[in-house]
Design a binder for this molecule. Sequence first.
Ligand code: PA5
Length: 444
Amino acid sequence: MLKLDISGCEPFVTVSEFDEYVSAARKALQTLDSKTGRGSEFTGWNELPEETTEADLHLYDLIAADWAQMGVDLVVVTGIGGSYLGAHAMIEAMSHPFRALLGEKNGPDVVFAGHNLSEEYYADLMDLVRKRDVAVIVISKSGTTTEPAVAFRMLRRHLEQRYGSGEAARRIVAVTDPVKGALRDMAAAKGYRTFPIPPDIGGRFSVLTAVGLLPMAVAGLDIRSMMEGARHIQRICDEPERDNPAIRYAALRNLLRDKGFDIEMLVAFNPRLREFAEWWKQLFGESEGKEGKGIFPASAVFTTDLHSLGQYIQDGARIIFETVLQVANSRREAFVEEDADDADGLNYLSGTAVDHCNEMARIGTRLAHIDAGVPNITVSIEQIDEYNLGQLIYFFEKACALSAYVSGVNPFDQPGVEAYKNNMFALLGKPGYDERAEELRERI
Ligand code: PA5
């Protein structure tokens, strides 16, 4: 069960201050649940775990089975932002990090595209695509985002030329708005199989829809267990009680921000969670960073980054607080063995599990950082598996919405993302952007 430990904030906040922010977070929960807050038309994710049925999940299995039967050994998931980060995070967390080098296969490899505009990346990707038996999941809620559209045009043309348009259509699944958008129209015209992204769920809150679950199912993850974990924590996070962990976390991070802790560092002690932090950064960054407000979400993997960012955290400006993901149990074993020579002086650790060393590093770091003025929040899960990851996803989504409401912003829009898009469109010569293009050209 997911647990929240906030004792590492005791030196930095008083009980009465905390109580005040908890009251605000409890009100935020009411606002969220009654769908009366800003952006309430995008709160469908709030009930999603309870509402997702076995029939929904079965549809993802059918695609996975169909492609397996066809011999597909590479699936390119094409999307950006909320349309790829969740699936990427979950698949990374659940995959053997050396799978490719081991050459072990128990399902297709899943790679990602449409999340950058690097020419080299696409040339490199096509080297792989040409050699493998390929299928594509293209994900875009709007159906018009440039990055995935560019990647998908390349992949689509390749599939059509290689397999013919009929078979290409069987190898492409589109996940998009149920009725509108260029991708929806193209899917209808070309006969792709499709999954709808519910209109009341925005990109960064969509990982537990087809956006995340379809790529995960194709990669062989246990999506039922993930939804069960999400359902379990939903019940806990729905309670308007003071000990609701989403309420506590939302309250505390707002309180810390108001005390000048403007950066939150999500720390994992397991590199499998590196991409999870990327999902988390988008969730909080895009939901809260607006109207001149917000906590800057950063991340680190320890102990790796203790040898880089660790210096700053220990000794630099006192503007950081840490949220540490603690994983109670390692699912694999590795020990420090006895060495007759003890030339490296490590025999004091003989027989010790590496995970024990990691745990002592975590505890030692926590205390060192608290002593140095860095508040510590710890979110614990039992192990890295789908059930626990489902809990983490829903917990952070809920806490993010509450936290944004406490700080007074709309968690569900992203007006700031438009600025770069408009400039890029103008500079690329997109029809309708002539005036902006002229203004920009004078400046470059
Ligand atoms: O969270 C969000 O809404 C964004 O990050 C979107 O997911 C991202 O911009 C991609 O949009 P779309 O799915 O419309 O291509």
